[in-house]
Design a protein around this ligand. Structure first.
Ligand code: GTP
Ligand code: MG
Length: 197
């Protein structure tokens, strides 16, 4: 898919104020600092589109970006931010869970996983929650440029094992890097394929 246009539409804290659910939409979610905003910029080819930061917790709102005037990428605040208070975490959970559960135009949840790490409980639990809700999702392993492909493959294999404790098969997955653009074409093709059906 060629990305001809990518435009920031709105930031929201209120689900009632989201754009009308008439265009297919793809939500990018994962632990704080996993690289959601960076990946969105790489996919769209627009560097400053989604705000990135070395400090976790940068994205605080539901951000809608309209791509090729036909579909949305949604940048969500990260979960598992260690320095957030308990009540902030609970608020995040409720807000994001409501959005994911109720958004009719949501086609697929893109769950970002740091490829450098062994399976993290919070990621596995989040995938299990998506499974319980019957929401379709794929795994996107990020920051693959930061280590050897052997190491990445090892962590993916461990994640597969963790998934097989709950799921019948490993969900579809992509290995990516926002630095080298690894996985970019595959993700765009995946989305394009869903949009056409
Ligand atoms: P929050 O909005 O805080 O939840 O973070 P985020 O998941 O949107 O992460 P963000 O894209 O802001 O990236 C966090 C940090 O990781 C930044 O310093 C990025 O430059 C870096 N980063 C993201 N993706 C990659 C990647 O593929 N490779 C490398 N080397 N660094 C990356
Ligand atoms: Mg972000």
């Amino acid at each position: 898919m060629i990305v001809k246009s990518a435009d920031f539409i709105c930031s929201n804290t209120q689900i009632s104020k989201l754009p009308p659910p008439v265009k297919p939409e793809y939500a990018f979610i994962g632990r704080s600092n996993v690289g959601k905003s960076s990946l969105i910029n790489t996919l769209t080819g627009k560097k400053g589109l989604a705000k990135t930061s070395q400090t976790p917790g940068k994205t605080q709102l539901i951000n809608h970006f309209l791509i090729n005037e036909g579909w949305y990428i949604v940048d969500l605040p990260g979960y598992g931010y260690a320095r957030a208070s308990k009540s902030e975490k609970a608020k995040w959970d409720k807000f994001i869970h409501t959005y994911l559960d109720k958004r009719e135009s949501l086609q697929c949840v893109m769950v970002l996983i740091d490829s450098r790490l062994e399976p993290q409980k919070i990621d596995v639990e989040f995938c299990n929650w998506l499974g319980e809700k019957g929401l379709s999702f794929v795994l996107v392993f990020t920051k693959a440029d930061k280590q050897s492909s052997v190491k990445t493959d090892q962590n993916v294999a461990k994640f597969r094992k963790a998934m097989l404790a709950t799921f019948e098969e490993m969900p579809q997955f992509f290995i990516t890097s926002s630095e080298t653009q690894l996985g970019r074409e595959e993700i765009l093709a995946f989305i394009s394929n869903i949009n056409q059906h």
